[in-house]
Design a protein around this ligand. Structure first.
Ligand code: SAM
Length: 160
C-alpha cells in the first residue's frame, strides 16, 4: 500500500470512528473531549462539529493548526503530552481521541510505554477512547469499530 493509500485509510477511519461514536455509542453525560495531537486541527474540527456541547481540550507540542481550527483560549495545552497530560488524569473525560502515531515503529513503541495508562487515567467510567495506536491497559475494554474500518487500522475502547 502506498503512503497515500495509507493516509487516506487513516483519515477515513478517523471520520468513520468519530461518527460511529457520536451516532451509535453512549458517552458519559458530562465530561470533556480530549484531542491528543491537535496537528492541523482536522479531527479537532470534526469533533467540534459532532460534539458541539462538549468542551474540547487539545494537546500538542506547538500549535500548527489551520487558523480556522485553533481551540479557544484555555482549551489548548502545549508541551510534551507525556508531561502535560498528567494533570488531566482525573477520570472525568467522556471521550479521548489520540492521533500521535508516527509511522516509525521504534518511536511509537516509546509512546506506548506511557500513552495507554495516561488515556485510561483521563477517562471517566464508560468513557470512550479512539486511537491510531493500540492501547493496552486492563481498564480499557476493546470495542468493535464500524464495519467500514478494517481491523487494526484504528482502535476503539470503553473504560470499564
Ligand atoms: N488528527 C490531527 C489532524 O486531524 O489534523 C493530526 C495529528 S498529527 C498526526 C499528530 C500531532 O501530535 C502532531 O502535531 C505532533 O506535534 C503531535 N504530537 C505527537 N506526539 C506528541 C507528544 N509526545 N507530545 C506533544 N505532541 C505530540
Amino acid at each position: 500500500m502506498s503512503r497515500l493509500d495509507s493516509f487516506i485509510g487513516r483519515v477515513t477511519a478517523q471520520r468513520d470512528i468519530l461518527n460511529h461514536i457520536r451516532d451509535d455509542l453512549d458517552l458519559p453525560k458530562d465530561g470533556p473531549v480530549l484531542e491528543i495531537g491537535l496537528g492541523n486541527g482536522r479531527t479537532f474540527d470534526h469533533l467540534r462539529e459532532r460534539f458541539p456541547d462538549r468542551r474540547i481540550i487539545a494537546f500538542d507540542r506547538a500549535c500548527g493548526a489551520h487558523a480556522t481550527s485553533v481551540p479557544e483560549d484555555g482549551n489548548l495545552v502545549l508541551g510534551e503530552i507525556r508531561e502535560t497530560g498528567r494533570g488531566f488524569e482525573t477520570g472525568t473525560a467522556a471521550l479521548v481521541h489520540a492521533d500521535i502515531g508516527t509511522g516509525y515503529p521504534e518511536k511509537d513503541a516509546v509512546t506506548l510505554t506511557w500513552l495507554p495508562q495516561m488515556i485510561a487515567g483521563m477517562l471517566a467510567a464508560g468513557g470512550i477512547a479512539a486511537s491510531g495506536l493500540p492501547l493496552d491497559d486492563p481498564r480499557l475494554e476493546v470495542l468493535v469499530g464500524p464495519a467500514a474500518v478494517p481491523a487494526g487500522r484504528y482502535f476503539l475502547y470503553r473504560k470499564r
